[in-house]
Design a protein around this ligand. Structure first.
Ligand SMILES: [Zn+2]
Length: 258
């Protein structure tokens, strides 16, 4: 019994040391146990989702459900920082490689690989028990589909996308009907278009968006609603940052039907 108590105390001390600098921020102070209870679903563990997952685990988020079917390739390595040359040369699955890297840094985060394509059929299983979904996939079609599914399931969504030098990041609190009535949905923001991701991108651009979207997720989990209704769009080629306001489009074919 005494041995067990000592073990628990040692673990508590280690956890306190681990997050000491983070907990100096007022919003984070005393909130590690809250973060440890949080569950996030992340769609895409490539250029955005990989580093984002790592940052969330490092911050003490307790559970990550990761969805990605791709294998690591050499063309990923300049921006997908969790993966090694060996992963690329052996065509390791991104889920496997990402889980390995994340667990090596924080064994207290549970990583769950979601082995189905996230679509209409699998979505209920994907969101089961989650606090929020993060869509960090790499194509517009997927982002529109995921947003619609989150809206239908009243599941909050944090969306991040990069293309060339540009990034677009926003939170959609779909669990709150008043949010939808005021701010609309992803379709209202993009009007069916979205930034094209099948273009050039650098490692620093992907890493910057990964970090910002991870930050947004942590603030969201800790109850900061300052970002609701706002969109961060930035262009790193011209160092131009825009803060857009989300606004519902009354003729939106997606959220006007919900
Ligand atoms: Zn809409």
């Amino acid at each position: 019994m005494a041995e067990h108590t000592e073990h628990v105390n040692e673990q508590e001390i280690l956890q306190t040391q681990r997050y000491a600098r983070q907990e100096m921020l007022p919003l984070y102070h005393g909130k590690q146990s809250l973060l440890a209870q949080k569950k996030i679903g992340i769609i895409g563990v490539g250029g955005l989702g990989g580093v984002c997952s790592l940052l969330l685990s490092n911050a003490g988020v307790g559970f990550l459900r990761l969805a990605d079917f791709d294998a690591v390739s050499l063309s990923n390595l300049h921006r997908q920082l969790l993966f090694t040359e060996r992963d690329a040369l052996t065509s390791e699955l991104k889920i496997i490689a990402a889980s390995r890297e994340i667990e090596a840094r924080n064994r207290y985060t549970t990583i769950e690989a979601f082995n189905l394509k996230v679509d209409e059929e699998s979505f209920a299983a994907f969101v089961d028990g989650l606090d929020v979904v993060m869509d960090l996939s790499d194509n517009a079609e997927s982002r529109h589909k995921i947003s619609k599914l989150c809206l239908e399931h009243h599941c909050d969504l944090i969306s991040g996308a990069v293309s060339s030098y540009t990034a677009l990041l926003a939170i959609f609190a779909y669990s709150d009907q008043s949010f939808v009535e005021q701010y609309g949905c992803y379709q209202c923001l993009t009007h069916g278009d979205s930034i094209n991701t099948k273009v050039g991108i650098t490692g620093p651009i992907a890493a910057s968006a990964s970090s910002l979207v991870a930050h947004m997720a942590l603030e969201y989990l800790l109850g900061n609603k300052e970002m609701f209704g706002k969109v961060l769009r930035y262009d790193l080629q011209h160092l131009k940052i825009q803060h857009l306001a989300l606004q519902r489009d009354s003729s939106c074919p997606v959220c006007s039907q919900i």
